[in-house]
Design a protein around this ligand. Structure first.
Ligand code: NG6
Ligand code: CA
Length: 523
């Protein structure tokens, strides 16, 4: 097997290089008439939606709008985000570089400085260069402002605009982190200069109650540190004061950000546009609008799945009404696998019933087991994509080079170093798999040709098979012994075959070493 991997490695590189060189030679730049035919691109990047959370993947909560995209498009069964948490996944998606190659790409606090600096060539700047109007709407969680000192909340807040997004409307970090305000085009939306905002992740600021001091004021019980400043009755991570007029209403986050995405689409209907629509759903805190509260029969987590599906429906309906659906490439996916209990005791665990957020996979968000990064992926484009279920191995890291190929943009040397053009697979025109994917949890795992290796972690406990009927487990995958699973025959990663196949352990260990040490996937 070693030989196979090593023989194929250069082949992969040449299949990547060749199209790039060809594009370079032909110098595709896009004339006016051509650019008007370019497909619009809407990338719906959901938060913590597990593989099994949508009904077309077997979920119990109906998601008719998402299912419609799947029915008319390509539904992938083996698609991966780069990481099993948000910040690194989004970093990988937007830069085409594996996040673990860079320091500072872990889950970011709400006052982190910009993690992707203005000198970087990003997915958005590539599309902007290709003639697209670009927008980032929704959850950001990639830091803002000065990379070292963080944002100036009461002034100009640099960030997405500086890395290729013409328009932005953002939740700065996550719903469970302060500041609980929206940022629109580099300023706090509804900012009142007489009520300046202060944010601190170390010590209390202002005199508003915290979840720790006043748990009786909380509308949902906080666990694991979600007990700092209380905003709208919910304990958050971090402390904030001021900005009272600017604070969001948790119940209307979904409709607010969906409305902003719709407005952007309407305003740009006559030019090619790219919308990175990063939903807050279904991250914690889960506060469904009254339209959805209690409607799923599976608690608030189910209700926000309904809410997410409604947002997707609103976007699709807008495209349809504007006659744009046929020529819009819609990509639907998630930044990482599912969590059920993630900071608030909101009753989600007991409300699951037969709903399995992870589908048949082991692990969860934060995990190196499959459920950490194996996420839903649907590609819809009526003009070009034919309905299909694809089992090809694909990764978010490749969206950058694939979109570049689609719009005829050449990626400058050094940019998007891990992104390979897999456009034909993404459009369902080919079944070609990636050679491997690296799965980042707390540490790295590698998956290639049906085998999955989770290398040993020094000092950890020995690996254990999952307990039958253990319900929803947060499992990191960290263990002191190497774990090898044959995903083709054991999709739930139950039987560790590392002792039985030491050669495969060695080969995958070596492949992972090469990928890490090369500093790039594209030569
Ligand atoms: C974790 C939080 C979790 C969530 C996550 C980020 C604790 C104990 N847990 O650190 O609640 O906010 O970060 O989720 O603080 S993500 O989807 O944005 O990566
Ligand atoms: Ca997430």
């Amino acid at each position: 097997m070693i030989m196979k991997i090593y023989q194929r490695f250069p082949i992969v590189l040449s299949t990547i290089l060749l199209p790039l060189i060809l594009l370079g030679v032909s110098g595709v730049s896009g004339t006016e008439s051509k650019s008007s035919q370019k497909p619009n691109i809407v990338l719906i990047y959901t938060d913590d939606i597990g593989y099994g959370d949508i009904s077309c993947n077997g979920g119990e909560i109906p998601t008719p709008n998402i299912d419609r995209l799947a029915k008319q498009g390509v539904r992938f069964t083996n698609a991966h985000s780069t990481s099993s948490t948000c910040t690194p996944s989004r970093y990988g998606l937007l830069t085409g570089e594996y996040p673990w190659r860079r320091q500072g790409t872990g889950i970011a606090p709400g006052n982190a400085g910009s993690i992707i600096t203005p000198d970087r060539f990003t997915l958005a700047s590539m599309l902007q260069k290709g003639g697209y109007k670009t927008a980032a709407v929704g959850k950001w969680h990639l830091g803002l402002g000065d990379p070292k000192t963080g944002p100036n909340w009461n002034g100009t807040i640099t960030g997405p605009r500086e890395i290729g997004f013409d328009y932005n409307f953002l939740i700065p970090a996550t719903g469970d982190r302060v500041p609980c305000v929206f940022v629109e085009n580099n300023r706090i939306a509804n900012f009142d200069p007489n009520d300046p905002i202060e944010v601190n992740y170390g010590k209390k600021v202002g005199n508003e109650p915290t979840g720790r001091e006043n748990p009786e004021l909380l509308i949902m019980k906080a666990i694991n540190g979600h007990d700092q400043t209380i905003i709208n009755g919910i304990g958050r991570i971090g402390f904030m004061s001021g900005g009272k007029l600017a604070r969001w209403n948790d119940e209307t986050i979904a409709e607010t950000i969906t409305g902003k995405a719709v407005d952007f689409i309407k305003a740009n209907k006559n030019v090619p546009f790219f919308v990175y629509f990063a939903t807050h759903d279904i991250h914690v805190p889960r506060v469904p609008h009254s339209k959805f509260a209690g409607k799923s029969g599976h608690g608030v987590r189910g209700d926000v799945i309904l809410q997410l599906d409604d947002s997707v429906g609103t976007i699709v309906k807008t495209l349809e009404e504007l006659n744009l659906l046929e020529n819009t490439l819609i990509v639907f996916s998630s930044d990482n696998g599912p969590a059920v209990l993630d900071g608030y005791a909101d009753g989600s665990a007991v409300s699951l019933g037969n709903h399995k957020p992870t589908g048949q996979f082991r692990g969860s968000k934060y995990s190196k087991f499959e459920a950490g990064t194996r996420v839903p992926l649907i590609v819809h484009w009526s003009n070009r994509v034919k309905p299909k279920v694809s089992d090809a191995l694909v990764s978010h890291i490749d969206l950058f080079a694939s979109f570049a190929a689609l719009v005829g943009q050449v990626i400058p040397e050094g940019a998007a170093p891990d992104s390979l053009n897999s456009l034909s697979t993404l459009l369902g025109e080919s079944d070609e798999s990636r050679e491997f994917v690296v799965e980042q949890g707390n540490g790295l795992a590698i998956y290639s040709k049906g085998w999955k290796l989770i290398p040993a972690t020094q000092g950890a406990a020995k690996s254990k098979p999952p307990k039958p009927d253990a319900g929803f487990l947060i499992e990191s995958g960290i263990a002191s012994d190497p774990q090898l699973y044959n995903i083709c025959t054991d999709i739930a990663e139950t039987e560790n075959l590392a002792e039985k196949y030491p050669d495969i352990v060695k080969e995958l260990t070596e492949l992972l070493r090469v990928v890490r040490e090369n500093n790039k996937s594209v030569q």
